[in-house]
Design a binder for this molecule. Structure first.
Ligand code: PLP
Length: 376
């Protein structure tokens, strides 16, 4: 038997697809000379791959980046004409099953090390098919990406003999794009320009969300925003210029009064400093809300908003429930059945992430285990 009513879901994650489309258009305006792709890895940052990819396509996006081939295949089923790059590239050894999967789903691997370039080269040579790919060059992350020396070698080899694959794109990734004044940005830009000079006929892509806002030098041919589309801040510590896309809320299950000097939740780590009124809400870390947003006497936690009033979490976040101190909210404005917003238009996603000692990316991609998703 299906649940009688969506009210029975503990937490509700509302995704505003119109805001997502608006955010895409905002990024397009910021980088008018480049193509603007959309990064939709990790279930489109927890917002739902299919609805978000479709919305971004309708808003004009034609190129998409995912992390895994399976995410790429899902996107392909939805968007037969999209260009789809897989950032993690080729995971396996020389098992041609993986390469066939790329070919059949028309996915383009982003090759991130020498071995992968060789594997793709051999596969294309064997098949006699010049299949498209991108190559990632490292300019300072020390994660994936070929070195500048590799770039020189590849470029020379490419002048001598055309590779078996079709090199459609070169990329690199910024490590401090959310800190506009960080010298690393310029340093990476200069290194990427040097790589680009070696592949003058190939399209180039450097900017993630933060990079788009660093200005036109960083835009090249293709931008790759992710978090900005989903409403996250692009500059560390500054309010997000984007529209709110994701709202997480749940209902108050019960309220109680607790005398001054009582401890609240597991570990007895927070004590009421006055006679208090507490609200117990239907959301916990099993829903993907972060336990590190807990509060204690030593360190305050995240806030929620109830009927427009901010209120702090008190004590530890538990698996399925959170306790909120609603003492400062009029009693008739925080009752059983009322909604508590955990982030959205009242409580900024980035503020919650900060209180939890993390970033908006982790908060968004942690959700979705249990929340009922509604799309606007
Ligand atoms: C995730 C990712 C992006 C998108 O980054 P945002 O900061 O979310 O805009 C772009 N490029 C690469 C290589 C990535 O891994």
């Amino acid at each position: 038997m299906t649940a009688p009513d969506s009210h029975l879901a503990g937490s509700h994650l509302t995704i505003d697809l119109a805001a997502l489309a608006d955010n895409y258009r905002t990024v397009v305006q910021k980088a008018p000379t480049a193509e603007c792709a959309a990064v939709i890895k990790a279930d489109a940052y927890g917002t739902g791959l299919e609805p978000s990819a479709q919305t971004l396509w309708d808003a004009g996006a034609r190129t998409f980046f995912v992390a895994h081939p399976q995410e790429g295949a899902k996107t392909r089923a939805l968007l037969p004409e999209a260009t789809i790059y897989v950032l993690n590239g080729l995971v396996g050894d020389d098992s041609s099953a993986e390469f066939d999967y790329y070919r059949m789903n028309a996915l383009r691997p982003v090759l991130g090390c020498r071995e992968e370039v060789t594997l793709w080269q051999d596969y294309c040579a064997d098949r006699g098919e010049s299949l498209p790919c991108a190559i990632h060059f490292d300019t300072g992350m020390n994660r994936l990406g070929l070195s500048l020396a590799d770039a020189e070698e590849l470029s020379t080899a490419r002048q001598q003999a055309k590779p078996a694959f079709a090199l459609e794109l070169i990329i690199s990734h910024l490590v401090c794009a959310d800190e506009p004044a960080h010298p690393k940005n310029r340093e990476q830009l200069e290194k990427f320009r040097a790589v680009r000079r070696l592949f003058p006929d190939v399209r180039a892509s450097l900017a993630n969300s933060g990079g788009v806002f660093l200005g036109p030098d960083y835009h090249f041919d293709l931008c790759r925003p992710g978090i900005a589309l989903y409403g996250g801040a692009v500059v560390d510590g500054a309010p997000s210029p984007m529209r709110v896309v994701a709202t997480l809320k749940t209902r108050i299950l019960a309220t109680r009064t607790v005398a001054k000097g009582q401890t609240v939740s597991y570990g007895a780590s927070e004590t009421t400093r006055r006679d208090s009124r507490l609200a117990i809400v239907c959301l916990g870390y099993a829903d993907g809300y972060l336990r590190s947003a807990s509060s204690s006497d030593a360190k305050k936690g995240a806030k929620v908003s109830i009927n427009g009033h901010p209120a702090p979490i008190i004590g530890r976040v538990t698996m399925d429930l959170i306790i909120v101190d609603v003492t400062d909210i009029p009693a008739d404005k925080a009752r059983r059945g009322d909604w508590a917003e955990f982030f959205g238009s009242q409580i900024a996603l980035d503020d919650v992430a900060k209180a939890a000692g993390t970033i908006s990316y982790e908060l968004l991609t942690s959700l979705g285990l249990r929340a009922l998703r509604n799309y606007l």
